[in-house]
Design a protein around this ligand. Structure first.
Ligand code: UDP
Ligand code: MG
Length: 153
């Protein structure tokens, strides 16, 4: 099973959407294997958003991401990276499909309530960026019997 990183961003924390967002992922059938509240610093944001460092919006993005704590989630499932991106919706939230988290809860390109790893390669770097190995929990989830067919488990 694949693992991916989600950050519930400061706008969602401020707007009281944390439970609702976690619930969306749970209801999809994704398994929560890591969860913590963190206040991000400049160093981790420079690394996390390195691909955007030369963009004019970088400083604003960085200030936004430091403006209050975030909730980091590690989610596990079959092809979890793509599944989580689908549930998340596109970056420009006001154009995101209804039914997605961004489509249902946000209007902004910047304040778009969640971050989700965009590829397997990104997820493999991003999960250890935010979680120590002992913060990832391996356990049997009985629900898998119903979430997946036998040959998918
Ligand atoms: N972002 C922004 N302005 C832009 C593009 C992106 O503020 O024009 C922010 C936004 O919060 C976005 C994050 O930078 O979620 C990372 O951008 P990316 O292109 O990786 O989008 P994502 O993978 O989050 O959909
Ligand atoms: Mg991205």
């Amino acid at each position: 099973m694949e693992r991916t990183l989600v950050l519930i961003k400061p706008d969602a924390v401020q707007r009281g959407l944390v439970g609702e967002i976690i619930s969306r992922f749970e209801k999809k059938g994704l398994k929560l294997v890591g969860l913590k509240m963190m206040t991000l610093d400049e160093a981790v944001l420079r690394e996390h958003y390195a691909h955007l460092a030369d963009k004019p919006f970088f400083e604003g993005l960085s200030n936004f991401m430091k403006s209050s704590p975030v909730i980091a989630l590690c989610l596990e499932g079959l092809e979890a990276v793509d599944a989580v991106r689908l549930v998340t919706g596109i970056t420009k939230a006001r154009e995101a499909d209804g039914g997605t988290i961004r489509g249902d809860f946000a209007m902004s390109v910047s304040c778009n309530v969640v971050h989700a790893s965009d590829s397997r390669e990104s997820a493999e770097k991003e999960v250890p960026r935010f979680f120590n190995p002992d913060e990832i929990h391996e356990y049997f989830k009985s629900e898998y019997v119903h979430v997946y067919a036998e040959d998918e488990r």
